[in-house]
Structure formats: C-alpha cells, structure tokens
Design a protein around this ligand. Structure first.
Ligand code: FCB
Length: 445
C-alpha cells in the first residue's frame, strides 16, 4: 500500500493520452491526413519507419480502454481530439462521423464516472493547413477557433473544462525549428511566429469556450532551468533559455507581454508576427487553470558556438529513464514554487497534465512506481509551500506511439503488445489504483 499524500480535498487523479499516439484508424470515417501521417512516412523521420496508422487501435478498442480507466478509479481523463477527424481539410464542413466518435467516448467516460478533459490540439494539424503554411500562417489561428466552435457546440454540454493546446514550445521547436517532429521544418529562430500564432489560436479558441461558459486551460511543457555553474556567462545563458522555453509561453498568458528575447536578437514583436490587440486577446480574462507537463529539469551553460545564446549541459549523477531523460523529482517542486514566485497572484490553479517515464517492456515496473511516487511527493511539497495544485494526470495510460521514437519508448501504466493489441496492466497500474483509493478514503474520512 503506497504511503498517503497530504493533498488538498478534491484533488483530481487522471491519466493523459493524445489522439495520434493511440487512435490509429487514420483513414476511417472520413478522417483527413494530418501532418503526422505525412511526416511519419518520410524516410528516417521516425525510428524504424514506424507510424501511428494503427497505434493502440483505440479508435476501435476505446470501450476496453475506458474500462481500464474505470478500474483505476480515475476522476478525469485527458485525451486529445484529432482536428483532421472533425474537419478533414482543416476548414469548413464538419465531418459528422468524426464528431460522433468523440461523442461516444465522452458518454462512455461519463458512464464510467470519469470527467473528460479534452485537448483541442496535440500536434496533428490537418495537412491541408500545413500546405498553407501551418502555424507560420496567422490564418491557422482563426481556423483553430472555427474548429473549436464545432467541437464545443457538440460536446460542450457534457465537458466542463478544455485544454486548448499541448506544449506549444515543443511543437514550435521540434516541429518548426529543428524538424525532428512533424511538420519537419528546420527554420531555427525563424520558427518563432509559430509560437505567436499558436498562442493567438489559444486566445481565439478561449473566447469561444468562454462564450459556452466552459473553463479554459493550456498544457505547457515547463522545465526549471539551472545554470551549469554560477559563472555569469552560464547564468546569462540559463536566463536566455528560460525565456525561450518557459516565459515565451506563460508570460503572454499570465502577464500579457512577451519576455525579453534580445539575447536571441529577436524583437518584442517576434519578427513582426505580433499585431496590435493580439496580446490582450491572448491574456484574455485569465486562465482557469495552467496545465503543467513536467519531465525533467534543464542544465544550461554559456554557448559554445555563435548560433544560439546557450548550450545544453548534461545533468550528472542521477538515474535516467529508457529515453535517457534524467530523473529529478524535486525539479517538479522547484518548477512549481518557481512559478508561484514569478507570477504571484497572476498564477491560476495548476494541474499536472503530464508526468511520467519510459522504461522497458517489464510488467513489474518498479522504476515507474518510484518515479511517480517521487514526483507526487514533489507535488505534495509544493502544496506545503503554498502552490495551489489541483490534480495530477500521469503520462500515460497505455504504451503508445512516441512520436519520432515510434513504439520504442513505453510510457504506459498498461503494456500494449503492438502485434496483438493485448493490453496488460503493469505493477504501476495496481499501485496507482491503490494510491487513488487510499487518497479518496483519506479525504472522505
Ligand atoms: C510530451 C508530449 C506527449 C508525450 C510525452 C512523453 O512532450 O506532450 O505527447 O509524447 O512528451
């Protein structure tokens, strides 16, 4: 039995997934192609040429997956809606079969006593929109709001809270600056308009959600940034990296302005992308909650070549996951208390919308249990230091398609055999179930 945690009453327990990583059925019921369908079939784009064409076949097996979630006793399920199922060409006519899938899923979740927490964009842009410039094109933000309206008109009556975007930082950097993810563009700093247009899309979609009386969240990938040494050149480099990774995506939402990016030679209007009124719209009346996706801290040193004002330094002396990511649970406490000191009362309640780890195929996944336990202790510690954390959604329910790594990185509480689609709960599944039950008894008693 896991040790109990001192968390606030009403703390919400969940798991997270994303459409392209689990659904499969990419050609079914009128779904259009997404940037990930295109990217994954490029040679060398994904390890071993794997794609999300079948993934976990969740599109057909979702009742079994909801039953697994019911078995965990979850409060909430964070999943994403595939824009190309709703609008196969990214604009205009809505595909009824696509909406009907999420309608069934939402009803199935509610019947299982689980509150749906959908993400509207988790990186699978309709290919037609990418052909018109993707997130480098300001118009995509307006298309995103139009798509949001179609979805919330149909599901809004049963879904109280919505996440607009998943990790706009990672999407901009991996997708548009480095070309490691779809759409595979390697524009370096010229990718910055993709940050602004995603945030503008957030602001426009948030207006639609608020008109429907729904709560608005965003899920940001955040990392505490540590200078490699206290040498001023390392500290300056760490500040620059922090501005790019963290503040670029939270300052406009919480403070209504962009951070100083002059270390990158970038002007305050992000190379002309920002127009009058945009920042007011992005900040809006404020977020109902900030979703935090945390995996590890980042260590930064002074640049070694002239291209960028920083260089990443390895974090030594800590365990690593199968992905090679350093395991530093206290980084989550550091991140949360850091947000609180940076934003003060402008910081809305926080929900951990992703946190988890990849390990091998073993069903007795003690390393995952220890990872999750350590990070939950960090959430508890941040709460004791005054940060308002309302929930924890672990990544992920199932082993799934891990983007450029294909099926090689397994993050699930449930093992998936990708040949047979057989799902087998790991030890961490039972551990999480028992933890949730114990916490519930505690708040009831
Ligand atoms: C996050 C993504 C998520 C998953 C995890 C491991 O950056 O949001 O889809 O791939 O990493």
């Amino acid at each position: 039995m896991p040790n109990r945690l001192d968390l606030p009453a009403g703390f919400r327990w969940g798991v997270s997934t994303a459409a392209y990583q689990i659904e499969g059925a990419v050609d079914e019921d009128g779904r259009g192609p997404s940037v990930w369908d295109t990217f994954a079939t490029r040679p060398w784009a994904v390890r071993d040429g794997q794609t999300g064409a079948v993934a976990c076949d969740h599109y057909h097996r979702w009742p079994e997956d909801v039953a697994l979630m019911r078995g965990l006793g979850l409060d909430g399920y964070r999943f994403s809606i595939a824009w190309p199922r709703i609008q196969p060409t990214g604009t205009g006519a809505v595909n009824p079969a696509g909406l009907a899938f999420y309608d069934r899923l939402v009803d199935g979740l509610l019947e299982a006593g689980i509150t749906p927490l959908p993400t509207l964009f988790h990186w699978d842009l309709p290919q037609v929109l990418e052909d018109a410039g993707g997130w480098l094109n300001r118009d995509t933000a307006y298309r995103f709001a139009e798509y949001t309206a179609a979805v919330v008109d149909r599901l809004g009556d049963r879904v109280p809270a919505w996440i607009t975007l998943n990790e706009p930082f990672v999407h901009m950097v991996y997708g548009y600056a480095l070309g490691i993810h779809a759409p595979g563009r390697a524009l370096m700093l010229d990718a910055l308009p993709a940050a602004h247009h995603q945030l503008l899309g957030h602001g426009l979609a948030a207006e639609v959600l608020r008109e429907h009386g729904r709560e608005v969240l965003i899920a940001n990938n955040l990392t505490p940034v540590r200078p490699a040494t206290d040498d001023p050149s390392d500290v300056a480099a760490a500040d620059a990296y922090d501005a790019l990774h963290n503040r670029l995506f939270t300052d406009p939402l919480l403070l209504g302005r962009y951070p100083d990016l002059s270390a990158f030679g970038v002007t305050e209007d992000l190379g002309g992308a920002v127009r009058p009124g945009d920042l007011k719209l992005i900040a809006g009346p404020g977020l109902d909650g900030l979703g935090v996706n945390y995996y590890n801290p980042t260590r930064i040193a002074a640049p070694t070549d002239p291209g960028l004002p920083f260089t990443e330094a390895p974090i030594e002396g800590v365990p690593r996951t199968a992905f090679g990511w350093p395991v530093v649970p206290d980084g989550l406490r550091e991140l949360l208390t850091g947000l609180r000191s940076r934003y003060g009362t402008a910081l809305p309640p926080v929900t951990i919308t992703e946190n988890g780890c990849s390990y091998g195929e073993e069903l007795d996944d003690q390393e995952r249990i220890s990872y999750l336990d350590g990070h939950l202790r960090a959430v508890e510690a941040a709460g004791a230091e005054g940060v308002d954390v309302r929930g924890y959604f672990t990544w992920s329910l199932l082993d799934n398609f891990e983007w450029a790594e294909g099926y090689h990185q397994r993050f699930g509480l449930v093992h998936v055999d990708f040949e047979t689609q057989v799902r087998t709960p790991k030890a961490s599944y039972a551990w999480y179930r028992d933890l949730i039950a114990a916490q519930r008894d505690r708040s009831a008693g």
